[in-house]
Structure formats: structure tokens, C-alpha cells
Design a protein around this ligand. Sequence first.
Ligand code: GLU
Length: 660
Amino acid sequence: MPLRQPLIAPTPPSRRTGRLSNAVCAFAVLVLAACAGAVPQRPQPPPEPGGADTSVSRPWVNHPFSRGAVAASDRRAAEAGALVLARGGNAIDAAAVVQFMLNVVEPQSAGIGGGGFHLVHLARAGETFVLDSREQAPSAMTPEVFATRPEIDFSVRSTSGYAVGVPGAVLGVADLLDRAGTISLAQALEPAIRAAAEGVTVGPRLARNLAEALAPGGRLGHEPGDPAYEVARSVFAPGGRPLAAGERLIQPDLARTFRLLAEVGPAAFYDCRHELARTIVATQAASRTAIRPHGQGQLTCDDLAGYRTVLRPPIDGTYRGFSIVSVPPPSSGGVGLIQMLKMLERFPIGDREAGLGFGEPTTLQLMQDAMRLAFADRALWLGDTDRLRGLPVAGLLADDYIRLRSASCPDTDPGDGFACLEPGRRLAPPQPGDPRPFAREAALLSGAGQPPAPEESPETTHFTVVDGDGNIVTSTQTIEASWGSGLMVPGYGFLLNNQLTDFNTQPSARDDGFPDPGANDPAPLKRPRSSMTPTIVFRGGRPVAAYGSPGGATIINTVLNVTLNLIDHRMPVQQAIDAPRISLTFWDTDGTTVIEDGLSPETRRDLEGLGYRFRQGELGAVQAIVVDPLNGSVFAGADARREGWVAGLPPPSLDDHPRP
Ligand code: GLU
């Protein structure tokens, strides 16, 4: 079948000129069959699981949706969103419905006990904003809270009540609807109420995750007999056995909570005059045996009542003529993504003749070194800028700073610590830079910054909606780790997050001559640093792509991989998602890069020869939509690494896809 999807990158990098097929592609918006040869073919993205023909197993591939589409990590959520669009709702309405549905069908990843970020573009107003519904620390939070018992490992800390931040999701959706929706909160909850009450079929991934989580030592498997930890088990393992694929997950308590929210509104959740709010506070007081009495939940009714979402201007940066618009602190995602892109911009990524095609060793080497530089900066400088004023976000993104930060190497060996980004040579272990005097020189600091918590787990969920009028919501939502804290609010059927483990474990602030602002140290009412990176790419002021991913700290790198695939490797959207990814979140000598299946063993060997170390793994779950600027129709992609699905209008033929 000829490719008909729009490439978002109509202008190839300079060295790709003079060849007919590329010249055609340079001006084609709809991709013609002739352009297929210009899409890098080596190495190939992994084949469809089971060797299925993509056009059969993923009917949305090559399908133009002229009246909007939804990409989500679960088919039922995507279809519920598309139904809203079909009934005349806008992207904001559909996003609200998708988000509540995901709580029902993907409860391990996100839900009303968590939070996240919506990146929203309103077409008519030409307005783009971020709605921050990130969890917030209680007012009693102290910097040492996670450090007091360092011998207690992450699995204990992260499944104790003191890891629970004030959940922002309910207010997030309500505020989003108030601002730009056309349906009520009650209407947005209807499909989720039905699905929770009637039950949904457990899919293979949920079954797999449940089996792991409920095994001894698994995230839902601890403190047997403790009522606080039995609540989730009674829902997900009724009768003591984890639900298996094909069985029904029925969540009457969750349905009751949704009904309550529909009737009362967010006050039911945040106001302790309501039993739900009081029960949330009581639930997070539970702790693992090993940690009592040191680590008890400190969240109060005042903390719940005081929670507010924050409307933020997004941050943006340019990359090869595109405007990359993403999420500002308390997420480190947007800053990290834009830093990496700006560092890479001077190389003709995508040019196979220059050795910088997709999956080539030099391409991957430059990507890894850009990751190391950005993650070194992230560790020192990024956190909640509302609570810690003066963090140098503008400096981190300043062209002069980034130029110096990633300068090319001088002819003579610059020695350790000099951060030069150069093809074919592994960067010496970088230190965090100093963006404060960015106009002059990126002075190197002598400290290493705090490494990212290795435990940051690859969970969470991402969905993207574009409606027929061009409005966009691209949103990452999370309860942090898979199954969050494992504490389910009794009688109400939702899991509480463990988001506060995204703070530094050991506080790092120092002012004894070594400047470390403790950007991500725990503090009262602070939001822990996130990596979530919902992103919209604009060209000429018009959106051309929207996407994001779960994956803890690796999110930023996953979004980088996909951005390069779309812009530099000129892949259609589904291929950009399928293509194997890499991620390096450590910058020191021993940092190990996660590499997905599908990148060639020779490439890996070449890179090992330069000193990079690898481990095989899986990265993220991207749901993306690209917009054809000619007529506004959209093409979408969903990630087979999970159970991603696209639904839209008009629908592709679903003959081969009976509903689950
Ligand atoms: N807690 C992570 C963050 O905010 C998200 C969790 C994940 O994606 O695994 O960046």
C-alpha cells in the first residue's frame, strides 16, 4: 500500500539534495509511494508482533482522520474518546473521558489518585498552555524525610504512605473542562462509571502486570494481612488469585467514587467535610512495618483543601525551523528535550551519507552524549521553580550556554571534564554546567549533582487527542510507580500515588562554596521533579505533531528519539513510534544505555568499542498524532510496546477488529 501519511519534515537536511526521490519528498506533504525510499530503511523497526500485516492489525496506519483522532495506551479508552468527538465534543472533552477511562482499564499506570500534565493547544484562540496537576508534598514535608532511614530500600519507601503526594488528577480534569471543555465533569465520567461498574476484560498486559505485582515481594504483594494493603488485593485478586487475561475486572467502589465526583464535583475529593477526602487522609497514614514510626504519611485535610492546579506557559525552543513546545518545571522534560535537540542541531542527523542515518553508530553516539550532558544539568538545576525561585531555566536553554556546553573539541586533547560533543568520540564524563552566567562561559562545576533515582520506574500513561477543529490535548498522567503506593482508598477503589519518591532521596542543597540549590530536595508544598514530556511540534505557527510517553526519567529520551525520527529521519508517525530507541540517563563512566531490540549488533559493538555500555530493555509507550497542514486531517500512531490503539473519525474499517 502506498504511504499516504504526511511527514512533518518537508525540508531534508542540506546534504540530502539533488536526488530526485528526496527532491520530490522535500515538497510533498502527503507522502507518495516514490518517497518511501527516502525513509531510512536500516535498521528496520521491529516487525509487528506475530508478524501480522500492519494494515490489518493496526487499521489506523495510513488512515487520514479528517474529524479528529485519539491515541491511547488502551483501545477502550481511545474508543471512548473518539465517541465523544463523534458526538460533537472537542479534544478537551475527549481527553477528560480518556483519562477517567484509563483509570478503569489501566489502573496500574494512572488514575484519580495521581497527577500529571496536560499540554493543550486551542486552535481558534491560537493559545497553547500547560495545565499542571502534579502531586504536591504535604506542608509537613522535611528535606530529610526519605533520608532518615537510608537502609530502607525503595520498595519499602515507595509503598508507604509518606510517599503519597496530594493527588492533582481530579482537579486537573475539572479545571481543564472549565477552561476549554463543552461537557460537564459528570458527563466526562459517564463512560468510566459504566466501565467500572459493569467490568472490563483484563487484557494480556494488565494480567502480566498483576501476576508480577501480586507475587511475593511484588508491588501489591507485601504486608499480607494488613488491611491497608489488602484493599487493592481484594479488587485485583478477588478470591486470592490475580485476575487472568480474559477475566473481568469489576470495580464497583471506583464506580461509586466517580458517581460521587459527578454529583458533588472535586470538593468530594479535596474537602474533608466529605468522607472520601477524610478516607484519603486516613489511607496514606498506613506504612510498611519496616518503616513505622519513621515514615508515616503526613498529608492533612488542609493539604488536600489547599491543592490547586497551575496554569503554566509552556516552554519552547526551535529545532531546524520547528518550534518544540513542551512542559516547564516542575517537569524536567521540556528543558531536557530542548537542550538535547539544540545540542544536536549542528549535526546533519538523518543524513546517511554523513554516517548519521537512523541507528548508525555515530547518530547513537551523539544522542547518548547529548543525553549525558542534559541529565547532568537536570540533576543539579531542575526542580519546582515555584518553591525554589531563581533556578536558571532560561540559562539552561540559552543558545550561548548550549553552544558552550556542547562545543566541538579543540584539536589538542581537552582532557577530562571538557564537554565537547563530537562525532566518533565518546564525551568525557561531563559535570553539570553553570548556566547562570550563560552569556559568557559555561563554567564547569566540581560536583557531580545527584544522579537520578535508579528506581524511577517505567510506568505511567500517555494519550493524545486532536479534534476536527485542530484543538489538541497531549497528556501524560501517572501514579508514579506501577500500582503507585499500592495503597487503595478503601470503599473508593482507586490507588494512591507514590510520587514523592521523585524527590531527591538525600537532600543535596549546599552553599559552602559549592553551589547546589537542592533543586529537587523535598520541601513543604513542593512538587517533585517530573520527567513527563508531553510535546507539540509547530511549523510556521501551526501544530504538526503532538506526542509523549511514560517511562520515568527515560521519558525525555524516548521523546527525543521520536522527535528525531519524525524530523530528521523523516519517518511517518507509526514508524517513528515503532523504531527501536535508546536511553542513557546517567552521565558518568559507568552509565549504562538501555537499547531496544532492532538496533544492529554491529552498531552496538562499534559503540562498545568507544566505551558505551548497554543493556537490552524496552522504552516508553508513545501515542502520537501528526497533522497534515494542507487540510487539517490527522494521522496517528500508538505503541505496540503496550496495547496502544488509535480511534478517530471517520473510522477505518474495523471489520477485522471485533470489539473486546
Ligand atoms: N514519576 C515519573 C515522572 O513524573 C513518571 C513515572 C513514570 O513514567 O514511570 O516523571
